[in-house]
Design a protein around this ligand. Structure first.
Ligand code: FPP
Length: 246
């Protein structure tokens, strides 16, 4: 594994990896466990993958922890998911601080329970001066809502004379998104065999490489992250242009 890590590090590690962590429910069902047991196991995987990504030199890891559509789930499951950040950070925050991880969040804070926000805000505060990997939780996040909100903000700035319509560019528009301080993801991973984006970072993923696996998130191991990055490294990214040797 160490040798494999070294080779990966020499081949250009993706700066930003985004993950749609899917399959927790199916993992639990296969074991005749309640769905929330899958979420709990998935939480432990978050820790392992964050550590490895940090070690590899990944700069940003964005994890889709709760989508705006997830409110449709039974209240008991939603309540459990809303307690996970507290449990995760309650257990692992000291370790994240030690390992130089910087916690951030994207998503709509307004509907989140105050106990969830309090846990996240404490983590953001306690890690704000860290310079290692950014662990960015997408919590109550929906990409269309994010884009719509950005458009409203742009219009407001134009109406107030803060922004000139002719100055609006892709780069400038990106500054109005929740990811304004982050580079676009280089690599998107989705687990559990689903091949869709589910309203995740639609603007930001325009040129991202996608990697899908049938592995359920609670079964996702370090080796799967290495596999995904190796696949990424074997692809040629042209951003719509031609390869330099063509
Ligand atoms: C999708 O699986 C997963 C989620 C909706 C929740 C993801 C959350 C975690 C992995 C834990 C987050 C950890 C922290 C630290 C906040 P699913 O329930 O849709 O699975 P299924 O498709 O098999 O039903």
């Amino acid at each position: 594994m160490e040798e494999r890590i070294k080779v990966i590090q020499n081949n250009g590690v993706p700066a930003h990896i985004a993950i749609i962590m899917d399959g927790n429910g199916r993992w639990a069902k296969k074991r005749a466990l309640p769905r929330v047991a899958g979420h709990h196991e998935g939480m432990k995987v978050v820790r392992k993958i964050t550590r490895l990504a940090n070690k590899l030199g990944v700069k940003v890891l964005t994890l889709y922890a709760f989508s705006t559509e997830n409110w449709k789930r039974p209240k008991s499951e939603v309540d459990y998911l809303m307690k996970l950040p507290e449990e995760f950070l309650g257990t692992f925050l000291p370790e994240l601080v030690d390992e130089n991880v910087k916690v951030q969040m994207i998503g709509d804070r307004t509907n989140l329970p105050s106990h969830t926000i309090a846990a996240i805000d404490k983590a953001i505060h306690d890690t704000k001066n860290n310079t290692g990997i950014i662990l960015n939780f997408a919590l109550n996040y929906g990409s269309r809502a994010e884009i719509l909100h950005a458009v409203q903000h742009v219009l407001k700035d134009i109406n107030n004379g803060i922004l000139k319509e002719e100055d609006l560019s892709e780069q400038l528009f990106s500054n109005y998104l929740m990811t304004h301080d982050l580079p676009d993801p280089d690599l998107l991973i989705r687990t559990s065999g689903e091949i869709r984006l589910s309203n995740f970072m639609l603007w930001q993923l325009a040129y991202t490489e996608f990697w899908f696996t049938n592995v359920l998130w609670p079964d996702f191991k370090e080796v799967h992250l290495l596999e995904a990055i190796e696949a990424f490294q074997s692809r040629s990214r042209r951003f719509g242009g031609l390869q330099s040797e063509e």
